[in-house]
Design a protein around this ligand. Structure first.
Ligand SMILES: [Zn+2]
Length: 208
């Protein structure tokens, strides 16, 4: 089952994780997970920059290692970058020490590649234990989301993804999309319309 918006009850269980940023303005926080991936991330960058929009990219360390130039381009275009572990680990299936080591590995490759320490972290699959969260929170902000586009869900048509997303978007929303192999095609069908809609509605994109 796909939650297109995260119920506030779930959000209230984890008040120290950031689910949205309502600030009274017309801001939207677009986020892209799992890249950088050639042929996908560069497409996203181009669509964003055409409209002078920005997003935050939660990168997988192994992908940064494979495509460092693309990772730098994300930052160079004025977008935000965060840590998404080195091997895209599931926190619930990974021991504390192994998880923290993997997070640190991703921090190291990001710092080496981008010349700056990532201040943000997002757990793959949205799963992490309380102990994992507690340690990571000492140095990084934990960024969750409140709107899932479902772009990775093959049972959804581009139209359904767009409709579901637009229905749940509101000011301060943190929206999850993916720049990875599985979303290579769907992102081309959904992203231009989504970005145009946001612009038409007067939303401004911001980085986290
Ligand atoms: Zn992910």
């Amino acid at each position: 089952m796909v939650f297109h918006s995260v119920p506030t009850l779930i959000q209230s269980f984890f008040p120290k994780r950031i689910w949205n940023k309502p600030d009274g303005g017309q801001k939207i926080y677009l986020t892209f997970d799992d890249g950088p991936v050639p042929g996908v991330t560069d497409y996203v960058l181009n669509e964003l920059s055409k409209r002078e929009m920005k997003a935050t990219f939660f990168m997988v360390g192994a992908n940064v290692e494979k495509s460092p130039k693309l990772a730098r381009e994300v930052l160079f275009e004025g977008n935000g970058v965060g840590n998404h572990t080195f091997h895209h680990l599931d926190g619930w299936k990974t021991r504390l020490k192994d998880y923290l080591t993997d997070v640190e590995l991703c921090n190291q490759i990001l710092e080496k590649t981008l010349n700056e320490k990532p201040k943000l972290f997002r757990p793959p699959y949205g799963t992490m234990t309380g102990r994992q969260a507690k340690v990571i929170r000492e140095t990084q902000e934990l960024i969750m989301w409140n709107v899932l586009t479902g772009d990775y869900d093959r049972s959804l048509s581009p139209d359904q993804i767009l409709k579901n997303t637009l229905k749940h978007i509101n000011s301060g929303a943190i929206v999850v999309l993916h720049d990875q192999e599985k979303t290579r095609d769907i992102i081309r069908k959904v992203l231009p319309d989504l970005l145009d809609f946001l612009a038409d509605q007067g939303y401004q994109t911001a980085i986290l």
